[in-house]
Design a protein around this ligand. Structure first.
Ligand code: FMN
Length: 215
């Protein structure tokens, strides 16, 4: 298996797959990598639907703008974020987990202040609209864990952004599940792509400008 660094360097969006099936154990390993991802307040909102059925893959392909490689990949993982992970009941349960697993004792500064904690714990439940960003961003972390694990195992994947309720309707899923992405998985076919363009290190580094700090 590749190291994390090797997987980061070699990963590409793969849009051509061999017809060979992917063993269940590999999919399980990808899901396990996703399960172990970090999340804000340990909410772990990610949920996954593993699709192998040809008709279902065809439907996903159609819903996702007819991107053919979705249908061609032997496995497609539909990734959701579960809004119920942010309900008042879930918040209470999570708080209990923090106590029982000793996390509270490791927090620091004002974030650990009992009054600040109480204010966080008793804040009103955000609206669905307010929850979309945390649900999606936390689920993205788990998806990238999964994608890197797939690369480490010699598999190819491609992130496909998918935000429509059509996938929920097709699979009969409730609207607590927000569709975040669709990830086709299979063995890469054809010439392995070379690295896609990336901005330079210089461009990604932010330099402080004139500010109060500079005075
Ligand atoms: C959130 C997200 C959504 C994406 N959606 C699509 C998509 O719908 N179709 C597609 O072919 N590629 C999609 N991509 C892949 C990007 O085009 C790709 O990551 C980028 O061009 C860099 O290429 P690389 O992944 O090979 O390094 C998506 C990537 C991300 C992270």
């Amino acid at each position: 298996m590749l190291t994390v660094w090797e997987a980061i360097k070699v990963r590409r969006s793969i849009r051509k797959f061999a017809p060979d099936d992917v063993p269940d154990e590999m999919i399980e390993q990808m899901l396990e990598a996703a399960r172990l991802a970090p999340s804000g307040s340990n909410r772990q909102p990610w949920r996954f639907l593993v699709v192998r059925d040809k008709e279902d893959r065809k439907a996903l392909c159609r819903i996702c703008l007819d991107q053919k490689f979705i249908e061609e990949a032997p496995v497609v993982i539909v990734c959701f974020g579960d809004l119920e992970r942010y309900s008042p009941e879930a918040r209470l349960k999570r708080r209990q987990e923090f106590v029982e697993s000793g996390v509270l004792e490791t927090l620091s500064g004002r974030f650990a202040d009992p009054q600040v904690r109480a204010a966080i714990d008793s804040a009103p439940t955000p609206s669905r609209q307010q929850l979309i960003t945390p649900v999606i961003s936390n689920t993205y972390i788990a998806i990238e864990h999964m994608v890197l694990m797939a690369t480490a195992l010699g598999l190819g994947t491609c992130w496909v952004g998918a935000g429509s309720g059509e996938i929920n309707r097709y699979f009969g899923l409730g609207d607590n599940l927000v569709t975040v992405a669709v990830v086709p998985v299979g063995y890469p076919a054809g010439k392995y792509p070379s690295q896609r363009p990336r901005v330079s290190m210089e461009e990604i580094l932010v330099k402080p400008q004139d500010s109060d700090k500079a005075e």
